[in-house]
Write a protein that binds this ligand. Sequence first.
Ligand code: HEM
Length: 143
Amino acid sequence: MAEPRVFTLSQVAQHKSNRDCWVVINGRVLDVTKFLEEHPGGEEVIAEVAGKEATKQFDAIGHSKAAENMVLKYQVGVLEGSKVEEVDMIDDVVDKESNTEEMSAFVIKDGANYKSISFYDFFVPLLVAALYFGYRCLTITHY
Ligand code: HEM
């Protein structure tokens, strides 16, 4: 894996507008310009820490694991002098493209089980209908 780019705090401080916004979280330098509008906590909170160290503010919110993984998506380098854990971007980031860890709950993982559910979904109403018509045929009165 290529060595990450190293930035000083004063280099990070040059990116503090909403058109070019960097922050530092846990030693990682992040370019969050494109993320500002999408941030669930609002653009303003990140704007306040633009160009600065934002780890304390990030941790104080108690961001979810999904949010922590998202951080990796915006990393452009590391802060000079900080020890940053190397993360295998493919295995450790849940879904780098869609940032939707929660969405995996909707994935039907067991294909066989899924098939049997749809079979019963179809078969049970058919059986009920057949029983109903059978009952009607037996009990109908002919004049
Ligand atoms: C790249 C950096 C960041 C990412 C990826 C991120 C991501 C998120 C996400 C996904 C949420 C939704 C709740 C959750 O899943 O935890 C959230 C909420 C929030 N974030 Fe961030 N965030 C970042 C930086 C920050 C910073 C620096 C601050 C504060 C200065 C902040 C303040 C908040 C607040 C106040 C909320 C709303 C919490 C709530 O409504 O309960 N975030 N963020």
